[in-house]
Design a protein around this ligand. Structure first.
Ligand code: XMP
Length: 512
C-alpha cells in the first residue's frame, strides 16, 4: 500500500510546488480541488491545505471541514490554508495594514518538531494581504515576523485530534530557504511517512499495475524520441514486451540523423518500435504552406493518418499508450471562481479522440523531473533523458515561411553544428532549449573573391523552468563566434548568423 499525502488546492499558483516538495522527500502525494470528496484510505497519512488568491472573509470563500480532517490525520495549512484553519477554530483573520509580499525573517517563539533544524531567523517568503490577528483558544504561537503577529502556529498538544499546524509563509517556494526542511518535518516526524516513494518503487508498482490493466491485449503507441514517450513505452514494454507496438514516424522535419539515432536507442532498450519514413508525404502536403498554424495542422493531421494506417496492419489492438504527465492532468481550481478546469494537452494532438481506444498512461502521476529519474533508473541513456524539449512540428516551425526539402537540409546542418557545439563546450545542460531557425531572408556576403547571396540563420537558446517564461541564454561570445564561423564555413547556402536576444514574454521561444 502506497502512503499518500493529499494536497487540497484552493487555487494558489504555488500548489504544484508543494506537491513537488513532498515528492522530493520521496513521499507520494496528490493534488485535488478543495471541494472534491475523498476517502480516508488507510494509506492517507496527512493533508496539506494550499494557499489561495481568495480571502477567508470573502463571501463564498473556499472552505473545508478542517475539524473533521484532524479526527483522522495531521493537517498543515499553508497561507490561506493557515488562515482558514485559524478562522474555523475561532481565531481572527483580517486585512493586514500593509500587504506583505516577498522576503521576511521568522522569529521563532518556541521549539516544535515542525521547526526542528530550522534556524531561529530563517528567511521565508510571504504573499498575502490578510493576516491572522488572533489565534483560536487552545492554539499556540510558534513564530512571528517583524510585520505579522502569527507566522506559524500549532494546535496545543492537550487539545483533541491529530496534530494541526499553520504557516503564513510559503515553505514550498525556493526563497523560503529552509522551507523544504519544514515540509520534511511535517511529512516524516508528524505524519510518520516512510519515504518509500522512489523511482525503483514506482517502477515495480507501475509494471505490476500495467500488467493488470493490459492483460494479454495489445498496446499501440506513437513515440517521438522525447523523454516522456520513451519512458512510458519502456515501462509498458517491461509489463507486456512485444505486445507493445511503438510507431515512430519520420515526418521530414526531425533533426539531422535523429530518425536513425532514436530507432537505434529504442532497439537498444528492447522496445518493439517500427520506424516509418513518411518524409515525402509530409513534404508534398507542406508545399506552398506558409502560415504557422496551417503547417501545424498539416503535420498533425498527416501524422494521425500515417499512424492509423499502420494501426490497421496490427490485429487486435486494444489500447493506446500515451506519455501524459501530471501537469497535463492536474485538476486546478480556477481563480475566477471555484469551478474546475482540466487542462488538456496531447503531444500528438487529437490521437486519442480519433482512435477511440482505452488509454494507458503510466506517467499520469509524475512531474517531469520524476519522469527523468524513472528514466535513469530504467537505464535509458542520458542523451535521451537530458534532451532539450523539441516541438512536435519540429523544424517546420523553425523554417519561417514555406518548407522545402532543401531548406530542411540546410537547417539540419546548421542546427547540428550548433547543438554539437553546445554539447562539446558543456553548455547544453546550462540552457533549457536551443535550436537554429532558418529565416526567409537572403543577404549579400563575400567568400573569397565571390559575392554570395544566401540565407540567414538565427540561433536561439533560452533559460527557463517550464517554458512558460524564458530568458535568452547569455552564451559566451567566444562560443557564438566559433559557431558562427563553423556554420558559415560548412553550410553552403548560409552566409549570416544572428543570435536571438529576446525574452518570453514578449517574444516566444519558437519563432512560429
Ligand atoms: P513557445 O514558442 O510557445 O514555446 O514559447 C514553448 C514551448 O512549447 C514548444 N512548442 C510546441 N510543442 N507543438 C509542440 O509539441 C507545438 O506546436 C509547439 N509550439 C511550441 C516549444 O518548443 C517550447 O518548448
Amino acid at each position: 500500500m502506497t502512503e499518500k499525502i493529499l494536497i487540497l488546492d484552493f487555487g494558489s499558483q504555488y500548489t504544484q510546488l508543494i506537491a513537488r516538495a513532498v515528492r522530493e522527500a520521496n513521499v507520494y502525494c496528490e493534488i485535488i480541488p478543495f471541494h472534491k470528496s475523498f476517502s480516508f484510505e488507510p494509506g492517507l497519512k496527512g493533508i496539506i491545505l494550499s494557499g489561495s488568491p481568495f480571502s477567508v472573509n470573502d463571501t463564498n470563500a473556499p472552505d473545508v471541514d478542517v475539524q473533521s480532517f484532524i479526527e483522522k490525520v495531521p493537517v498543515l495549512g499553508v497561507c490561506y490554508g493557515a488562515q482558514l484553519t485559524a478562522r474555523r477554530f475561532g481565531g481572527v483573520v483580517a486585512k493586514s495594514n500593509k500587504r506583505e509580499y516577498g522576503r521576511a525573517i521568522l522569529q521563532s517563539k518556541q521549539q516544535d518538531v515542525l521547526l526542528n533544524g530550522i534556524s531561529p531567523d530563517s528567511q521565508v517568503w510571504m504573499s498575502h494581504s490578510d493576516s491572522i490577528k488572533e489565534l483560536p483558544a487552545g492554539f499556540e504561537l510558534l513564530a512571528d515576523t517583524e510585520s505579522i503577529p502569527v507566522a506559524a502556529f500549532r494546535k496545543a498538544a492537550d487539545q483533541p485530534g491529530c496534530p494541526l499546524y499553520g504557516v503564513q509563509f510559503h515553505p514550498e517556494v525556493y526563497h523560503s530557504t529552509e522551507g523544504k526542511k519544514l515540509i520534511y518535518n511535517f511529512l516524516v516526524d508528524i505524519c510518520g511517512c516512510a519515504q518509500d516513494w522512489t523511482p525503483a518503487h514506482f517502477i515495480t508498482d507501475t509494471v505490476e499495475a500495467l500488467k493488470k490493466q493490459i492483460g494479454d491485449r495489445k498496446v499501440i503507441m506513437a513515440l517521438s524520441g522525447g523523454v516522456d514517450s520513451t519512458v512510458a513505452a519502456t515501462l509498458i514494454s517491461r509489463a507486456i514486451g512485444e505486445n507493445l507496438y511503438g510507431i515512430f514516424v519520420d515526418n521530414g522535419v526531425l533533426r539531422k540523423n535523429e530518425f536513425q539515432q532514436v530507432l537505434d536507442t529504442y532497439a537498444q532498450l528492447g522496445l518493439n518500435v517500427k520506424g516509418i519514413d513518411a518524409k515525402d508525404r509530409f513534404y508534398t502536403e507542406l508545399a506552398g504552406k506558409t502560415d504557422p498554424e496551417d503547417k501545424r495542422k498539416v503535420i498533425g493531421r498527416l501524422f494521425i493518418d500515417v499512424f492509423q494506417e499502420e494501426a490497421k496492419h496490427i490485429d487486435g489492438i486494444g489500447l493506446l499508450g500515451q506519455g501524459t504527465i501530471y501537469p497535463d492532468v492536474i485538476e486546478s481550481v480556477s481563480v475566477h471562481g471555484p469551478s474546475v478546469t482540466i487542462k488538456s494537452h496531447h503531444n500528438v494532438g487529437g490521437l486519442p479522440e480519433k482512435m477511440h481506444l482505452e488509454l494507458v498512461e503510466p506517467l499520469r502521476n509524475l512531474f517531469k523531473d520524476e519522469v527523468r529519474k524513472v528514466g535513469r533508473e530504467l537505464g535509458i541513456p542520458a542523451d535521451m533523458i537530458d534532451r532539450h524539449p523539441f516541438p512536435g512540428p519540429g523544424l517546420a516551425i523553425r523554417i519561417l515561411g514555406e518548407i522545402t526539402e532543401e531548406k530542411v537540409q540546410l537547417l539540419q546542418e546548421a542546427d547540428h553544428l550548433y547543438v554539437k557545439g553546445l554539447k562539446d563546450n558543456n553548455l547544453y545542460a546550462t540552457v533549457w532549449q536551443a535550436g537554429a531557425i532558418l529565416l526567409p531572408v537572403k543577404s549579400v556576403g563575400v567568400m573569397g573573391d565571390e559575392r554570395t547571396y544566401e540565407y540567414t540563420v538565427a540561433l536561439r537558446a533560452v533559460t527557463s523552468v517550464d517554458g512558460m517564461t524564458a530568458d535568452w541564454a547569455h552564451l559566451p561570445y567566444e562560443f557564438l563566434a566559433n559557431i558562427s564561423n563553423e556554420i558559415i564555413n560548412q553550410v553552403r547556402g548560409i552566409n549570416r548568423v544572428v543570435y536571438d536576444i529576446s525574452s518570453k514574454p514578449p517574444a516566444t521561444i519558437e519563432w512560429e
